[in-house]
Structure formats: structure tokens, C-alpha cells
Design a binder for this molecule. Structure first.
Ligand code: ADE
Length: 350
């Protein structure tokens, strides 16, 4: 294949018949496209759907997003992870209100200049919401293109992404930029799939796909393997006083910045060491019990967690840095990162 021209008609015909009905597709205004694309960056479509609906109901306009209190914003994002994504969205929303009267600008370069918006998201918003002929090349599209063109270049390289963006840019059909980009994404998501065998029998491009013709579809795309993750042992405490559990707020910078957490310490502590720690906080333990181990995987590291439940006498004063919240409050008000789920679940279901 000299260029991607050949794929346009079969791909567009296929998309008309097979596009999934998704909540952000029926009314593709810029805000809805933006929210959905940011959510979809690290999370599967099925998991995103309920978050998307709830987020739009709570914050129906860019203005609402710009003004919402951070705690409430983080609560809406709880469980999606990578909280800086939503913090950047709020920064961008403030800029849109201040500079563009609360409306997403219908200009690719201006969209791209907003915090948290890279070439993929800018291309998606520009093309889907405004019909601007710009490519939106994400991991799905890189996989489809690597296979169709039988390219062994490393898709983790910025230069390769830019090359693929150029290839797409050259063939975007007039007046159909949004559907063409979504068709490429959709093909990658449901036919030219990443794990296991691609469904070439269902693919509208199988007759022209170089990788398929040469029997190498499953070898592609080529990616440099991600760095191995650092493993950190931690001990997490469910400190219970009556129906309350202890929380503290993480530092403003770094991993899980500014979110609430269960008390936790570096290393795997023994029962005795945990009791020493609890007493150092000037709390009086009544009973200690080991909880099941748990693991949480971040993009760059893993926490291997040991857990303890410690019942304590009602504190006369809260230890520095910690505070005690009731079960209901914990669910309604505080966004506790998914890393602690194994242990907060334990507390919530008591
Ligand atoms: N993954 C990323 N963006 C998507 C979209 N717009 N539709 C379906 N899956 C996606």
C-alpha cells in the first residue's frame, strides 16, 4: 500500500454498520468529547460509561467544572485513577472560562495549548466536535496502522507517532474527519484487538492489510517494553475506634498527591512493630488482627501491602496528621485512591 487512501471507503462503510452506541457519541459536543477522551486514556470503555454519565450530570458545563471544589471533583474521579488527569481538566476549564467565554475554542492549536491535552485528545475534540480535519492517533490507531502498513517501527517513539499522524492527515475524507478518526479507533478497539488474535475475518481491511497478508499481524505493533516497575512493600492500617477509622491527607506533591489515605508505613511490619507505632501516636490499642495481603499496580511501581486492623480506645485527642471519620462520611466525602481498596472495602462492609 502506497498510502492509506485505500482504507477510507471500506473503513467508513464498516463504521456506519458497526459503530458501538456510546453515551458520548450521540451528542458530540466538545465538552462531552473531551471528558470521554480523558477518561478513556487509561480506562476501558465499559468501565468509563457510568463515570461519564455521573460526571456530566454533576458538572454539565465547562463552567461547572471550572468552579467545582477540588474535593468534590476528586470524588467524581474516584476509582478512575491518575488524578492529575482531572486536575488538569479543571485548570483547562478555568482557562476556557477566562479566555474563551466558557466555550471550547474551535481551533486545533488553541485546544492543543490547554493543560492535559496532547495531539491525540486535541485531534479527537477538533475532529469529532467541530469537524476539523486533524488526525487523532491513539494506541488503537497505532496498532491498526502498524498492521495495515506492516510497519515494524517502535510505536512508543514520538517520531513514529508523528509519521502515522501525517499518514492519516493525508487521507481524512472531506466533511467526515470525526467519523474517520472514530472508525480507526473503533476498529482497533473491537476488531484489530491488542491481546490475543486480531479478528481478521471480521475486518473490512483484511484484503489490503500487509501484516495479515504476510501472516504477521500478531507480531505487530512493535513496542519497547515498559521499564520494570519498582516494588515497594507497605503496611496499611485500618485503625478503628467505634465506627470510625483513621485517615490522613497525602502531601501536595508526588504519588497520589493531596488524596486521603489509610495510615500506612514503609516495609512489612510485624504485629509488634505495628503496636509500637500505634502507641507512638498516643493511641491505646485494644486488639490487633492481620488482614489479607493486597497488591496495587501503578504505572511505574507496585505496592505489595500487608494489612492490620487495630481496634483502639476512643482517642482523647487526634494524633497529629490523622483524623477519624465515620463510615458514611468516608464513602460520601473522601476520595481514597483505589490502591487502598482492599482495606477500605473491609472497613465499609463491616
Ligand atoms: N477509546 C478512546 N477513544 C475512544 C472513542 N472515542 N470511542 C471508543 N473507544 C475509544
Amino acid at each position: 500500500m502506497e498510502n492509506l487512501k485505500e482504507i477510507v471507503t471500506p473503513l467508513m462503510d464498516w463504521y456506519k454498520k458497526h459503530a458501538r452506541v456510546l453515551p458520548w457519541r450521540d451528542e458530540p459536543d466538545a465538552y462531552r468529547v473531551w471528558v470521554s477522551e480523558i477518561m478513556l486514556q487509561q480506562t476501558r470503555v465499559e468501565a468509563v460509561k457510568p463515570y461519564f454519565q455521573h460526571f456530566l450530570k454533576e458538572l454539565p458545563t465547562i463552567q461547572d467544572l471550572a468552579q467545582v471544589e477540588e474535593e468534590r471533583l476528586l470524588k467524581l474521579w474516584e476509582g478512575l485513577g491518575y488524578y492529575n488527569r482531572v486536575r488538569n481538566m479543571q485548570k483547562a476549564a478555568v482557562m476556557i472560562v477566562e479566555q474563551y467565554g466558557g466555550k471550547m475554542p474551535s481551533d486545533y492549536e488553541k485546544i492543543l495549548a490547554l493543560p492535559g491535552i496532547g495531539s491525540y485528545t486535541a485531534g479527537a475534540i477538533a475532529s469529532i466536535a467541530f469537524g476539523i480535519p486533524r488526525p487523532a492517533v491513539d494506541g488503537n490507531v497505532l496498532r491498526v496502522l502498524s498492521r495495515v502498513l506492516k510497519s515494524y517501527e517502535d510505536i512508543m517513539k514520538q517520531s513514529v507517532r508523528r509519521k502515522m499522524e501525517k499518514e492519516v492527515q493525508a487521507v481524512i475524507p472531506k466533511g467526515h474527519a470525526g467519523d474517520f478518526n472514530q472508525a480507526l479507533i473503533e476498529l482497533g478497539a473491537i476488531v484489530c484487538v491488542p491481546n490475543g488474535a486480531p479478528k481478521c475475518q471480521e475486518c473490512p481491511l483484511s484484503g489490503m492489510c500487509k501484516a495479515r497478508i504476510d501472516g504477521v499481524a500478531q507480531e505487530l505493533p512493535k513496542k519497547t517494553p515498559p521499564k520494570t516497575r519498582k516494588i515497594e512493600d507497605r503496611t496499611v492500617l485500618v485503625l478503628l475506634s467505634d465506627n470510625k477509622a483513621a485517615l490522613n491527607k497525602r502531601p501536595k506533591k508526588g504519588l497520589l498527591a493531596g488524596l486521603y489515605e489509610l495510615p500506612n508505613l514503609k516495609g512489612h511490619l510485624s504485629q509488634e512493630e505495628v503496636l509500637v507505632f500505634v502507641k507512638q501516636l498516643k493511641l491505646s490499642p485494644i486488639r490487633i488482627q492481620k488482614l489479607p495481603d493486597a497488591k496495587h499496580i501503578f504505572s511505574h511501581m507496585e505496592w505489595h501491602m500487608a494489612g492490620y486492623e487495630v481496634k483502639i480506645e476512643e482517642p482523647t485527642q487526634e494524633p497529629e496528621g490523622f483524623f477519624f471519620v465515620e463510615k458514611e462520611q468516608m464513602e460520601e466525602r473522601y476520595s481514597i485512591p483505589a490502591a487502598f481498596e482492599a482495606y477500605t472495602e473491609y472497613f465499609k462492609n463491616r
